[in-house]
Design a protein around this ligand. Structure first.
Ligand SMILES: Nc1nc2c(ncn2[C@@H]2O[C@H](COP(=O)(O)OP(=O)(O)OP(=O)(O)O)[C@@H](O)[C@H]2O)c(=O)[nH]1
Ligand SMILES: [Mg+2]
Length: 277
């Protein structure tokens, strides 16, 4: 598809409504990835750098164009993948795959295996109010360990924790239970970060700035390089469906966090200056 060495690929994974698409929108500085407020699901959405075209890949390998702003025709039953080629700073450094919830019945083991075998890093989103459930651990344990050491466990919805001690407690527990299976565990308040995407203090307080630093370090240290060779992955066991907590999507004004993921040259990046954004 591309004659240049391929970019590192990040999959956004986690259970239903964990914040994957909200994270995609934060990282891509736009609202491309439809944030779900219903049980309607999309197939995986593979973002790469491009002119603003979207198509869906059907199970037989054929493709059909999709409008940039309406992906409703891409039902998971007939669509293996949505390919979105768009302009975003992060996409000069990475490809990003926004996955359906792991408990989504439409996400068959084929979809899981196919995407996981092609990516170099996972950002696993787990909501703070029910973080790192057994069903998540059971799935992650089936992933090849080469991915563990490259991947990030992102505890979302930190703004839903009542107090600072609650936030500390949930993070400490998750780090204890899952820390060894990830490169790092970080907290984030995604909707707050999007709402305050132009304010360096907000980005710092919500955890978005730390996430950007994690990605920069991953690039600097070659955490995603060389790209992992394709590998088969065990099929996920059936898991219970997590209760969704729908919320309104905040407006996305202006530009966001990963402006620092440098765009001059493939895979190049600049060191962070003081502050963020
Ligand atoms: N308050 C708060 N709400 C969040 C946060 N992250 C996500 N949400 C909300 O949670 C809901 C679900 O978010 P999505 O990004 O669609 O979750 P998802 O993981 O993509 O969901 P599926 O694709 O359906 O599995 C949306 O209403 C978001 O606005 C967060 O950190 N804080
Ligand atoms: Mg989603």
């Amino acid at each position: 598809m591309n004659d240049a060495p391929r970019k590192p690929r990040i999959a956004l994974m986690g259970e239903f409504s964990a914040g994957k698409s909200t994270l995609a929108n934060l990282l891509l500085e736009q609202d491309s990835s439809p944030v779900q407020v219903t049980a309607t699901q999309l197939p995986p959405v593979w973002y790469s750098l491009g002119p603003g075209t979207v198509e869906r890949e059907l199970a037989d390998g054929s493709t059909a164009p999709l409008p940039l702003d309406d992906w409703s025709a891409a039902d998971p039953a007939s669509t293996a993948m949505i390919r979105a080629r768009i302009e975003a700073d992060l996409l000069y450094a990475f490809d990003l795959v926004d996955m359906p919830g792991t408990c989504d019945p439409c996400m068959t083991s084929d979809v899981w295996s196919n995407v996981l075998a092609q990516v170099d890093m996972v950002i696993w989103c787990t909501p703070a109010n029910q973080a790192w459930r057994q069903s998540e651990a059971a799935l992650w344990e089936q992933v090849r360990p080469e991915l563990w050491t490259r991947s990030l466990l992102l505890v979302t919805r930190m703004d839903k924790m009542q107090s600072a001690p609650d936030r500390r407690r949930v993070l400490a527990r998750v780090r204890l239970e899952a820390g060894e299976m990830f490169r790092d565990v970080l907290p984030i308040a995604l909707t707050g970060a999007i709402a305050g995407r132009d304010d360096a203090d907000v980005l710092e307080q919500t955890g978005a700035a730390a996430l950007v630093r994690f990605l920069e370090t991953a690039l600097d240290e070659g955490a995603c390089a060389p790209p992992l060779p394709p590998a088969p992955v065990c099929e996920p066991a059936p898991v219970p469906v997590a209760a969704p907590v729908p919320e309104p999507v905040p407006d996305a004004a202006g530009r966001v966090v990963p402006r620092r993921i440098q765009r001059s040259g493939e895979g190049r990046r600049e060191r962070p200056q003081a502050g963020v954004g």
